[in-house]
Design a binder for this molecule. Structure first.
Ligand SMILES: Cc1ncc(COP(=O)(O)O)c(C=O)c1O
Length: 429
């Protein structure tokens, strides 16, 4: 893997080689994902689990909410029989249905407390639904749908949803009264947990809950593995101790009687996808603010990529010239200023040390493959950026840019209708 000024990511070279052409085809800003990185990252996760001898019972569910591109998720899903998908909202399930998804056996729902209608639509697909409230559980176990029923646990009383420790027995009892006993338990440990002991402890706690529950077929440990956004080296193999984690979990599973046939699931988001994605935006103008500082105005906004700013998370940045050649050096600490009226429109929480830049250069923000475009929104009418997939020597546009006039996308009646509706609206007293 080539290093760009000390920073390396699988796929960065491919991005640089294709950047000028992508700009021509899709414009800026855009998100780019690197297929080889995705394969490498997923294969690393699977290999660590398989090496720990979890093979026969392993399930790895890809969180659609971390990378909401159904086609891309399907392609990753098709890489291995252990891979499934996890949805958190009825809308994600609806998108899967529209896409023609058929692998509901390897699909789980691990979202929140839902209205009955939504719950029913999900349950009819046949996926595994983790109920997040006692009311939702009651609906599921008494419904005549093909879904499998699990429950979500809140082991730390911080999740706002799921059975708290003192409620778990009641939830099991309720299901036992129906023909539909609880077949799965799920608990999300919280996000970006760097301490693997905490994750192992989380797994042990879930296993304690599983002890003696004979109808259980699956335990889902959630996601929550940290990704080091500060690292200049983006190869997950160099940085993770997933192998030790899986080994510890296997030992913990073996220590509990009666779990030999139980499937073991995970829903890793950022640790699988973060390093596979790039956000590319063009420099419009530069204002030097002092000897070593500058405001770098770019053609995007934090609304295109909200999570670094919202989470106060500084990402690594690389600069390419307009033909995609790496710029090196460190001329100033640049604030990446978004192209909107907001005085808070900064793409990253702090300034970044970058080489001298000029209009037309490309700023590449690294590690945005998870919760990157997923968090983008339309505030100020900003259109959602397109997405491209880098593969082999080239790239494919896998989602076009949202229409610039999406505020009039047809859902508000036609323009003439809505004028009439508003003209005839009763006026207030
Ligand atoms: C239920 C559930 N599962 C899995 C994930 C993925 O978590 P992470 O990206 O921290 O691995 C999340 C993230 O919010 C979640 O809510």
């Amino acid at each position: 893997m080539r290093r760009f000024d000390g920073v390396s990511r699988l796929g960065l070279e491919r991005l640089a080689e294709n950047a000028a052409q992508i700009r021509q085809a899709a414009g800026t800003p855009f998100f780019a994902y690197d297929w080889e990185s995705m394969r490498a990252s997923v294969s690393h996760f699977l290999t660590c689990a398989l090496t720990a001898d979890l093979g026969g019972r392993l399930k790895v569910y890809l969180p659609i909410f971390a990378l909401p591109h159904i086609g891309l998720i399907e392609r990753v899903h098709d890489l291995d029989v252990h891979i499934g998908v996890v949805c958190n909202s009825p809308e994600e399930i609806a998108a899967l249905k529209s896409w023609g998804w058929s692998d509901w056996e390897r699909t789980v729902f691990s979202g929140g407390v839902l209205p009955e209608n939504d719950l029913e639509q999900i349950a009819r697909t046949g996926c595994l639904v983790h109920a997040a409230s006692i009311g939702n559980l009651e609906i599921l176990v008494n419904g005549r749908w093909s879904s499998r029923v699990g429950i979500r646990l809140d082991l730390t009383n911080t999740a706002l949803k799921g059975a708290r420790s003192d409620e778990i027995d009641d939830w099991f009892r309720l299901a036992d009264l129906s023909d539909n006993p609880i077949g799965a338990i799920h608990a999300y440990p919280g996000t970006a947990i760097a301490d693997y002991d905490v994750l192992v402890h989380h797994a042990e706690t879930l296993l304690t809950v599983a002890r003696g529950r004979e109808a259980l077929q699956e335990i889902n440990f959630g996601g929550g593995f940290a990704y080091d956004y500060g690292s200049r080296v983006g190869d997950s193999k160099e940085r993770s101790n997933l192998d030790k984690y899986f080994d510890a979990v296997r030992r913990a599973v073996e220590a509990v009687d009666g779990l030999d046939r139980v499937q073991l699931g995970w829903e890793p988001g950022r640790v699988l996808f973060a390093q596979t994605g790039f956000f590319v935006t063009e420099v419009i103008e530069v204002r030097k603010t002092a000897i070593g500082t500058a405001d770098v105005y770019v053609d995007s906004s934090f609304t295109n990529l909200p999570s670094p700013k919202i989470c106060g998370r500084q990402h690594q940045v690389v600069v390419l010239d307009s033909s995609g050649r790496l710029k090196s050096g460190s001329a100033y600490q640049g604030r990446l200023c978004g192209a909107t009226t907001l005085s808070s429109d900064l793409l990253l929480p702090g300034p970044v040390l970058i080489p001298e830049v000029k209009p037309g250069d490309l700023i590449v923000i690294l590690d945005v493959g998870a919760y990157g475009r997923a968090g983008a929104y339309n505030f100020l009418g900003k259109a959602m950026p397109p997405e491209v997939l880098l593969e082999g020597d080239g790239f494919q546009i896998i989602r076009r840019r949202q229409r610039a006039d999406h505020l009039l996308d047809g859902f508000e009646h036609s323009t003439s209708d809505v004028r009439t509706v508003l003209k005839n609206a009763p006026t207030g007293a």
